[in-house]
Design a protein around this ligand. Structure first.
Ligand code: ADP
Ligand code: MG
Length: 296
């Protein structure tokens, strides 16, 4: 198990009032260990981003505690909380929250990177040429790379990453995943990530929790959580491809799992390595279905 890094207890968070009230987190309890690569998976709207926001000191819960190094961060005054966010926590959120009035370089320097570190990080995410640009002149993928570089600028103790690779092309995705693994080997950073990308989760995770309707419904090693139908059928299922059909520009894979057959619509690139008979994990990423071949 190891050394405890974060203890979460009884966390409740609701949005809205009366009829419109949504309880996004329902008494969430979680212990995260030092150096873990913990993935949070679950359907859209299940509370993953809300949980990450509460852990990052950005969103105050209605009840419960988040303890880092013996300190309940939600009992800190606002100055201490801001200092903790800056000094100990690196985060990447889906909306990228870069400072719009600062250039790429200034965003990284503001996050605490010295000149040398900032230059290295710009090289890592291949944005040297865009260092003097402002965020609103960048593409989504470029902003995501700046956000990742910024999260790493101060060698955080805790990294919180909400779908950090989702808008990157495959080569950049692999490169930055490798970098996260490399950082993790050099000095273990407690890292909590949200992703729908099964290949990424298999590659990087040391532990996976599933979240459904504001509750943690599964917790364990990746293989067990992602392939067991009891705990993850809403997120993913395993099955065997029985046919692949081409209609117009898309393909439909028929997948037999238990006593049901599901149709999954895929692109030509998706089906390239798939054949009838393959054992696969089917899942959804946002509204996009995806299939991953299991090792045989
Ligand atoms: P996920 O990241 O798993 O997709 P979220 O944590 O973003 O889910 O959302 C959980 C629930 O809380 C959803 O029902 C969502 O609509 C609601 N929610 C999240 N943020 C807000 C907000 N700022 N105002 C109102 N409702 C919100
Ligand atoms: Mg989310």
């Amino acid at each position: 198990m190891g050394v405890s890094a974060i203890q979460v207890a009884g966390v409740v968070k609701s949005f809205g009032e009366g009829e419109a009230k949504v309880t996004a987190l329902k008494e969430v309890a979680l212990e995260v260990f030092f150096g873990e690569m913990l993935y949070i998976v679950g359907p859209s709207g299940s509370g993953k981003t809300t949980l990450l926001s509460v852990l990052s000191g950005i969103l105050r819960p209605d009840a419960g505690s988040v303890v880092l190094e013996g300190v309940d961060i939600w009992k800190l005054g606002s100055n201490d909380l801001a200092a903790l966010r800056l000094n100990k926590i690196g985060f990447v959120f889906q909306e990228f929250s870069l400072f719009p009035n600062m250039t790429v370089r200034e965003n990284l320097e503001y996050a605490g990177g010295d000149k040398k570190t900032v230059a290295e990080l710009l090289g890592l995410v291949e944005l040297e040429n865009l260092a003097e640009r402002y965020p609103d002149t960048l593409s989504g993928g470029q902003k995501q790379r700046v956000a990742l570089a910024r999260a790493l600028a101060r060698s955080p103790e805790i990294l919180l990453l909400d779908e950090p690779f989702s808008t990157l092309d495959p080569a950049m995705k692999t490169k930055l995943q490798d970098e996260i693994l490399r950082i993790q080997e050099r000095y273990p950073v407690t890292t909590i990530l949200v992703s729908h990308d099964l290949a990424e989760i298999y590659r990087l995770s040391s532990r996976v929790i599933t979240v459904e309707s504001g509750k943690i419904t599964g917790d364990g090693d990746p293989q067990k959580i992602l392939t067991s139908r009891e705990t993850s059928h809403k997120f993913a299922f395993t099955g065997r491809i029985i046919d692949i059909r081409k209609n117009d520009i898309v393909y439909t894979a028929l997948i037999a799992a238990g006593n049901t057959i599901s149709e999954v619509v895929l692109s030509a690139a998706d089906v390239r390595d798939l054949r009838p008979g393959d054992q696969v994990v089917a899942s959804t990423k946002a509204f996009q279905p995806m299939i991953r071949k299991l090792r045989q």
